[in-house]
Design a protein around this ligand. Sequence first.
Ligand code: ARG
Length: 466
Amino acid sequence: MAQLWGGRFTKETDKLVYNFNASITFDRKFYEEDIEGSIAHVTMLAAVGILTEKERDDIIATLEDIKREVENGTLEITEEYEDIHSFVEANLIKRLGDTGKKLHTGRSRNDQVALDMRLYTRKQVEAVDGELKELLETLLHIMKENTETVMPGFTHLQKAQPITLAHHMGAYFEMFKRDRQRLSDIYERMNYCPLGSGALAGTTYPLDREMTAELLGFYGPTLNSMDGVSDRDYLIEFLSALSTIMMHLSRFSEEVIIWNSNEYRFVEIDDTYSTGSSIMPQKKNPDIAELVRGKTGRVYGALVSILTTMKGIPLAYNKDMQEDKELSFDAMDTAKGCIALFNGMLKTMHFNKENMKKSANNGFTNATDAADYLVKRGVPFRDAHGIVGQVVLYCIDKNIAIDDMSLEELKAISPVFEADVYEAVSMETCVNTRLTIGAPSKSAMDKVIAIEEDYLANCTKIGKKK
Ligand code: ARG
């Protein structure tokens, strides 16, 4: 049991207590950030005259050795250490003796862990943003190819009006684009450095907090040391953004599952992204989409967990905050994995354009347009609605589409119908007369696609704004 704080104790910690208290099994994940933070710290300590240049160089070289050895497997992070901070410091002291003991000057594990967690989360924000960008590229590709692929749009899962596949994909493009904007906002707010906050009240050493902030790529130091050690807002915001991303992916998964069903057959998930049944030989299941939908819950769980952990904590650091890690790490890994897998599934998915078109034709998705046709010929909308209602009833009875009715049949219901009605209610007309920006017509979609293309080509890398 390697602890940093044995001095004032006369008895060994109980083994169960030690294990309950330790965090090495999960905070080992940020050994790299811990070392990165320590290197910045000693660089600054030397700059302000607390360490000699030799001490600084020895410590940095040894920290880099430790990092390399952890990476190539020659140095194992074992459970004999309480946490990753103790592991790094103990190994440094083992190799450097008294010089190693100077690393922690002017620092507490409270600002150290606050820094490590922030550095780790910042990398994750960037990684998730990168995954989302790739997903947006896939979506834009599908949009470009399908501005004329007619399909039914739904409300209440009932066929409503014809749209195109490009339009449907465009809705998800907007959602994931907003998700990226949220990540960028979070990055801007979180990118301040808590190192130098000490245990809670700063330190009496003349630390240069501006310098460590800059060395670590932050915009500047945090402005209150109590807040610096106990702020986890950025994590809550990130988990909230991840929850929203998962909610979007889950809705999308639900649609893919429906579209891939035997009844719809709008899409076929590629063999490489499908799974079979151990008993039913005919099965090809959308397990990936179902798992993405299913995993949404654990990301929400991480958000609710950290919100609940934080709500009762008085200032400043309290051990409860160690609970910010395990579920957050899981949520970050889950969300990243889900975005990447969903993207792969989407990229390889086959769209059955014929089935989509047939489904739009057979579902009275042009009924609104038939009513609008009558309105344009002087029939008040409410009456037109009633007339087309009768038309639909007639079609249901005969099991045909509106366009399948003869002009005599139509005229028997309303004499206002003329031969040009067929052109007016064709799927292509229904889609392509919806011209306003945001609507599904090819001309409106082409404009949107140009905007999105420009966005993807010019969006700056997250955090590079300042
Ligand atoms: N493992 C701890 C955490 O994750 C590190 C900070 C320990 N600080 C302390 N005062 N016990 O929060």
